[in-house]
Design a protein around this ligand. Sequence first.
Ligand code: DGP
Length: 116
Amino acid sequence: MSDSNCIFCRIIAGQIPAAKVYEDEHSFAFRDINPQAPVHVLLIPKRHVVSLKETASEDHAVLGHLLIVAGKIAAQEGIAENGFRVVANSGGDAGQTVFHLHLHVMGGRPMAWPPG
Ligand code: DGP
């Protein structure tokens, strides 16, 4: 199910342009408009899920699928060998600004820990 008010649902539908890097039946990935690393891809489920807090039992398979796809995207983008980071900001304190679950797949430079 999609939400016509959601930016990411509209990107999946092709109503808002985005630089697509991957798509399959259940997921869609595109370049972040405000990249924080040389490679910064957003990977989202096609089904409108608000955040990790709102996941339902029916999302079990797609959540696992997203992690596997994240690794494939890292390989496709050439960042798998040196290392990459996968982040899901969930809720206000984490800095979530778009309320359609997304994994940030980032790499291409050394990253600090802890994150800010
Ligand atoms: P978060 O803070 O975790 O909710 O990250 C949301 C990300 O989405 C942020 O890094 C910027 C990105 N973003 C927001 N709007 C758009 C858009 O219209 N197109 C693209 N490509 N990225 C967007």
